[in-house]
Write a protein that binds this ligand. Structure first.
Ligand SMILES: [Zn+2]
Ligand SMILES: [Zn+2]
Length: 388
């Protein structure tokens, strides 16, 4: 049985020596294998993964590679396990850990910075300068599970205590996987200035981050919150999560004019860009008023032409964000714990871990209007039937 030296375990949570783990082969190819259960070091715990949500960035990693960076290069054929939006139960603790106890339910954020580079010292651990440089004989302590270190399409994973968020007993596993998604939206709004009470916000793109961006902006008191997109079913969920207005850009040839019409003829104060559309940045800089701010939260695959002169002449600020920095997951969890919005509205499907390829197909092809697809190693019989 699992009993590494210096690691605290408990009779209540017996841990095996090996586990089921999906590993990435060639692009788009996942194989179910056995791996040793990893061992937590100082300031780390072992998490039993109870649920993991599939993210568009997982699809990027599985089919294309970046932003994963394994052993200095592409993640394919390196025995690498992707998956990063998860929650679970602490089942073992590394040396010196007293911040979390065995049996505690937690959600995670992804990036554990190295703690020693310039950006980590500034609190910008999602921009750690040692991202992906933690292999071979270099031990910088950096982890970004599912990107630079093994992730969550398996049964157990190691997390630094700084990446854990304690969750209440009445929060479901599925809802807890969405804390990191809401945390990413929260980080975007934090970078845009933080307090948005009474200020106007457009969210472009009703994917998971965009939809929870609407919810978080509304919880922060933004007014009005306008959501743009192409799918009516998702825009409807945006309304349920607090959007004051939605615009289906398929029916609205001039989305910039439509936004201004909805905000008293003026541009808005902030745009949170979550669509990755080629025209998104040019639209966003025209949706904001002079001196306004745009946050880019999506990762487009292609480069885009940008009207730099419009940006400069109008003193517009543009921020790129990576992940869920500045401990934003803790603020997102606080809103969810207080039931300020119902993140589960974006959870659509649950599959058993052994059906990961099907789950990925649902997320990728948006089968059955899938938005957030969750995978569970310990799925209940009722959920198993519902998933089939
Ligand atoms: Zn993600
Ligand atoms: Zn660092």
């Amino acid at each position: 049985m699992y009993a590494p030296p210096g690691v605290k375990t408990s009779k209540d949570f017996l841990v095996p020596d090996t586990m089921k783990a999906w590993v990435l082969g060639n692009p788009g190819e996942l194989k179910l294998t056995d791996k040793p259960v990893p061992v937590p070091k100082k300031a780390e715990v072992l998490v039993r993964i109870d649920a993991v949500a599939i993210c568009a960035t997982d699809l990027d990693v599985i089919y294309h590679g970046p932003p994963a960076l394994i052993q200095g290069g592409m993640p394919h054929n390196k025995n690498f396990t992707p998956g990063h939006e998860y929650m679970g139960t602490v089942v073992a603790t590394g040396p010196g850990v007293d911040e979390y106890r065995i049996g505690q339910r937690i959600a995670v954020e992804i990036h554990a910075g190295c703690g020693q580079c310039k950006r980590c010292r500034m609190g910008m651990y999602t921009s750690c300068h040692n991202y992906g440089l933690n292999y071979g004989d270099v031990d910088k302590g950096h982890r970004a599970n599912g990107f630079t270190t093994d992730g969550a399409f398996c049964e157990y994973q190691v997390n630094h205590i700084n990446t854990l968020v304690a969750i209440p007993d009445d929060m479901s596993d599925e809802e807890a996987t969405l804390i990191v998604t809401a945390g990413t939206a929260m980080y975007g709004l934090t970078e845009l200035g933080g307090l948005v009470a009474g200020e106007s916000v457009v969210v472009t793109g009703p994917g998971p981050i965009g939809l929870l961006g609407v919810a978080v902006a509304k919880a922060l008191g933004a007014q009005p919150v306008i959501l743009t997109g192409t799918r009516d079913n998702r825009l409807k969920i945006g309304l349920e999560l607090g959007a004051d207005h939605v615009i289906n850009i398929r029916n609205e040839p001039d989305v910039v004019a439509a936004v201004k019409r909805l905000n008293g003829g003026k541009g808005v104060d902030y745009v949170l860009e979550c669509s990755a559309a080629p025209s998104a940045l040019n639209d966003a800089i025209r949706m904001v008023n002079r001196g306004g701010s745009v946050c880019l939260a999506a990762f487009p695959h292609d480069e885009a032409m940008v009207d730099i002169a419009h940006l400069a002449k109008n003193n517009i600020y543009v921020y790129g964000i990576r992940g869920e920095g500045q401990s934003a997951t803790h603020r997102a969890e606080a809103y969810m714990r207080q039931k300020r919005f119902d993140a589960t509205k974006i959870h659509t499907h649950t599959f058993p871990l052994e059906n990961l390829p099907t789950a990925i197909r649902y997320a990728k092809d948006r089968v059955d209007d899938a938005i957030k697809v969750v995978v569970k190693a310990r799925i209940s019989a009722a959920q198993k039937t519902a998933a089939e």
